[in-house]
Design a protein around this ligand. Structure first.
Ligand code: C2E
Ligand code: CA
Ligand code: CA
Length: 881
């Protein structure tokens, strides 16, 4: 390697010195460095790479030669770039080149390479010991650039001094003296780039230094005020010459082609238009250079250089220099404009922000730094800003995938509420920030809470109401879902509350509701989760935290309803039907869960009240299609049963000649205003399901008794009436009393009343059934076992329950003439009935043939279309009374 080399401007570069400097710098900066220069044979490495030898070798093997060459050429090949910093294909290797210019011409360059630590990424090189950080790398590069400039700056001074002392310097040396002077001019102008001084002052310096350097008489910086008016920003005129200030006031801008958007040079000899020449003559200048300074590609200023001497010739070097100078000025100007406009927009922005009613802040989402905070924010949240708590307090609550989110947030510690609006945006410098505004809505919230409290509480019982239930439940469901725990809903409906209300009066009904509410909310675990949904319906939420005590809670509820309530001087029992669902397994929406718990509750009602029923899917499927009917039926029941009418179907005695009518079965008809005629096969089960069969059944019984009373008193003292009794009715604790009350009220002879019960249901709980039927029988009424032969026929049971009549189901009559089995069955029942002292009634006789077959058998009564369809009471009485 050659040790010394002559630079293009004639200095001798001491490679040894460079190497020493480079080694030390490399050692301190932990960078790998070498030096490249044109050594006479092209651009080559002129120093050995500094840094750990093994790692240096490894590094040189890793780096792409093309990348190195291009980075080197960028600083050595042109005078534009001084410094290049680039990433490499390895995520943790950065390279940089620094061009060192002598007399404005690139002389040599440093090549630096740094391995950044802390990067274990896929594209990172591993196991380097000589590492640095990105900041250190950049700082080192900057330092090296400055240091080199200093070093070579003083070198030129030496050369310059030497040159000026020497009287007999060569042409080359004259040239280089010029170059150095120009370099210094440029250098001093470039240094103004980062100066904090006012633009006018900077411009003034630039213009005068340039004019002095070029030895010209005038230099002006002119600002375009309007499209035809220039204003002098900077003025320079050489001592002994004159100001042109006044001249610019009346300059015919649009006709002077040198105030266009390209630089113009006019020397004394240039051929130009008469107006321009005239104007120059008027100013007494002989040549000029006008260079526009652009903002957004539009000239906003002109640098105007002129000379009064005819000798001044504007050579290429001069104009190049002027162009360079103006370029620097242009960039200072552009920077200023940017800085000013940003600064002034910040100012006005801050003023605006300070005057809005919300606290506003902008936070760097990565570093957490608060970039802007308005007055209100600073005064309200100074502590939180200092602790870096704002994000945690507010923004985190608004976490959402959306760029903008808007929500109410609570600052619990301060008991304040805010409307928070959070937006993710890119800040002016490109970093990601969140823009947040917080508007204090505490007052509004307080007021709202007060209203809500009023709206949430049930006026009568003090329990929370339905609205509140739905809101709380939403929260409890969420809680269960996120925690993976379980909760439950208890839907509680008082049994026969209406009786108490009707019997004792509303004020006592209210007393009972209050008493029950108080007892419920005393149960541990549900103190704050009892809701009155309306009427006599309650919902109790068992939150996840209380769920482990669920059994105990249920037991406590049972106890509440097991004891009597003291009302109007006496003890009253009030049972409840309870439906239970658990969440989230049975559902995860409020509506769904409440509906399902309601369904379960009706299931409990259906199976005889005073029951607890847990929600099942089967019950649900049934329920949906019946919702309409339910609504209509509730309506019909509440509206005094006017849509219901009791029909009567004659029952004849086959044993007597001519088979005379001996009574009738009361069959209910429903002609709904909404649904039209609904068959009993459909609506009776629903009425049972809804528990409405109780009032409806009572209504039928009463109507039938009234009719019976009339018949018995109208010459048919032995006519009987059969009334169907649903098992739901039968399971009412007070069924015997209810019947007794109706018998008494209507004044009938109980022996003429037959109550029909179905076999299948009777079998469920034989002991209980027997007890109930016994108590009914004590009233003197008769019991018929309906639909015999269907369901779980078991002849044995007939013996156990006190039955007076067996009603053989109509299915046996269908093909009676031909069906030998049916004949044998009915005949056998007949025999059996005889033995048990029970009467037999066969239903569904439609034809004479069927009638004939039965006539032969041991049958007492027959019923069917053959004798008469179910008909209105009026029709029945016309025919049979
Ligand atoms: P059920 O107790 O077995 O009533 C006899 C049913 O057979 C009646 O049907 C009646 O119209 C029908 N029927 C009578 N003779 C004939 C015949 O010759 N041929 C045919 N095909 N059918 C005949 P309906 O009125 O539709 O009642 C159906 C069921 O609804 C009743 O069956 C009963 O279980 C129930 N139901 C009707 N009214 C009441 C009531 O007031 N309370 C209760 N709990 N259930 C009732
Ligand atoms: Ca019947
Ligand atoms: Ca029947």
């Amino acid at each position: 390697m050659i040790n010394n080399s002559v630079t293009p401007i004639g200095f001798t570069l001491d490679y040894k010195e460079l190497q020493q400097f480079q080694d030390i710098f490399s050692n301190i900066s932990r960078l790998f460095i070498f030096c490249m220069a044109n050594d006479g044979y092209g651009i080559n490495r002129v120093t050995e790479i500094s840094g750990d030898p093994v790692e240096s070798d490894r590094l040189l093997g890793l780096l792409s030669q093309e990348q190195i060459s291009s980075a080197v050429l960028r600083v050595l090949g042109s005078s534009l770039e001084e410094q290049v910093i680039e990433d490499t294909e390895y995520s943790n290797i950065k390279i940089s080149t620094i061009g060192v210019k002598i007399s404005g011409k690139p002389a040599f360059c440093w090549f630096l390479c740094g391995v950044l630590d802390g990067d274990d990424g896929e594209n990172a090189v591993k196991n380097f010991h000589t590492t640095t950080t990105e900041t250190d790398f950049i700082n080192a590069v900057d330092l090296l650039r400055k240091a080199s400039n200093r070093m070579y700056g003083s070198l030129y001074d030496d050369v310059l001094n030497k040159s000026s002392k020497a009287s007999d310097y060569t042409d080359e040396e004259v040239d280089s003296k010029e170059t150095i002077k120009r370099y210094r001019l440029m250098n001093s102008i470039v240094q103004l780039l980062d100066s904090g001084e006012k633009f006018d002052n900077i411009a003034s310096k630039v213009m005068s230094e340039t004019a002095e350097y070029l030895g010209i008489s005038h230099a002006y910086l002119l600002k375009m005020v309007t499209r035809d008016m220039l204003e002098v920003v900077v003025e320079y005129y050489r001592e002994g010459t004159f100001s042109l200030d006044k001249e610019f006031e009346e300059i015919p801008l649009d006709t002077l082609h040198y105030f266009g958007d390209r630089p113009t040079i006019i020397s004394y000899k240039t051929q130009i238009d008469p107006i321009s020449r005239h104007w120059m003559d008027a100013m007494d200048i002989k040549g000029l250079v006008a260079i526009p300074i652009l903002q957004n590609q539009v000239p906003v200023m002109y640098a105007f250089f002129a000379d009064i001497s005819e000798e001044k010739k504007w050579d290429i070097e001069d104009t190049k220099l002027l162009a360079d100078v103006i370029r620097v000025l242009q960039s200072i100007f552009t920077r200023r404009i940017q800085r000013n406009s940003i600064a002034s927009s910040y100012k006005s922005l801050e003023a605006v922000l300070d005057n809005v009613g919300s606290a506003i802040y902008v936070r760097d989402t990565e570093s957490g730094e608060i970039l802007i905070a308005n007055k209100i924010c600073k005064s309200t949240f100074s502590r939180e800003m200092q602790n870096g708590k704002l994000e945690e307090l507010f923004e985190n609550q608004a976490r959402s995938s959306l760029a903008t989110s808007y929500m109410e947030v609570e600052y619990a510690e301060r008991r304040r509420w805010y409307d928070l609006n959070t937006t993710s945006i890119k800040w002016v410098d490109g970093r990601k920030v969140s823009l947040n505004s917080l508007f204090d809505i505490t007052d509004k919230k307080m007021y709202q809470q007060k209203i809500e409290q009023q709206a949430n509480n049930d006026f009568l019982t003090g329990l929370y109401n339905r609205m509140c239930c739905e809101r709380d439940l939403t929260r409890y469901i969420d809680e269960a879902k996120t925690s993976g725990k379980k909760g439950a809903i208890i839907y509680l409906d008082l049994d026969d509350f209406k009786h108490i209300n009707d019997g004792l009066g509303h004020q006592y009904g209210d007393v009972l509701l209050k008493a029950i509410s108080n007892s419920l909310r005393r149960i541990e675990g549900i103190e704050n989760t009892c809701y009155r949904m309306g009427g006599d319906e309650f919902v109790i939420i068992v939150p996840c935290d209380s769920y482990p005590k669920f059994e105990k809670i249920q037991e406590e509820i049972r106890i509440v309803f097991n004891k009597p309530w003291f009302l109007k001087g006496a003890d009253y029992y009030c049972t409840s039907s309870i439906g239970i669902v658990t969440f989230p397994e049975d559902g995860d929406t409020v509506q769904d869960l409440i509906k399902k718990s309601d369904i379960a509750m009706y299931q409990a009602k259906k199976s005889g009240k005073n029951k607890v029923s847990v929600y099942t899917k089967e019950a649900d499927a049934e329920s949906t299609k019946r919702l309409d009917m339910e609504k209509s039926m509730r309506y019909a029941t509440a509206e005094g049963y006017s849509e219901f009418e009791v029909y009567y179907q004659p029952i004849v005695d086959v044993r007597k000649p001519g088979s005379p009518c001996v009574g009738a079965e009361a069959l209910l008809r429903w002609n709904s205003a909404d649904l039209g005629f609904v068959s009993p096969g459909e609506f009776i089960p629903l009425a049972e399901y809804l528990g409405l069969i109780n009032p409806i059944g009572n209504h039928v019984l009463e109507q039938a008794c009234l009719a019976l009373k009339h018949w018995n008193e109208s010459g048919h003292p032995y006519y009987k009436v059969n009334v169907n009794l649903s098992v739901v009715q039968l399971l009412q604790n007070d069924i015997a009393e209810t019947i007794a009350e109706i018998i008494e009220r209507t004044g009938i002879n109980p022996r003429n009343l037959t109550l029909e019960v179905t076999e299948s249901l009777a079998i469920n709980d034989m002991i209980r059934m027997k007890r109930i039927l016994d108590s009914i029988k004590k009233l003197g009424v008769k019991i018929a076992l309906d639909d015999f032969g269907t369901g779980y026929s078991s002849l044995n049971h007939i013996r156990e329950i006190p039955i007076d009549v067996i009603k053989v189901d109509q299915t046996f009559v269908k093909n009676l003439e031909r069906d030998e089995y049916a004949q044998a069955f009915i005949s056998m029942i007949g025999e059996l009935a005889e033995a048990l002292n029970v009467k037999i009634c066969v239903e569904g006789i439609e034809t004479l043939e069927q009638y004939k077959v039965l006539e032969e058998m041991n049958i007492h009564m027959i019923q069917g279309y053959y004798f008469g369809r179910p008909m209105r009471r009026q029709d029945f009485e016309e025919k049979f009374i």
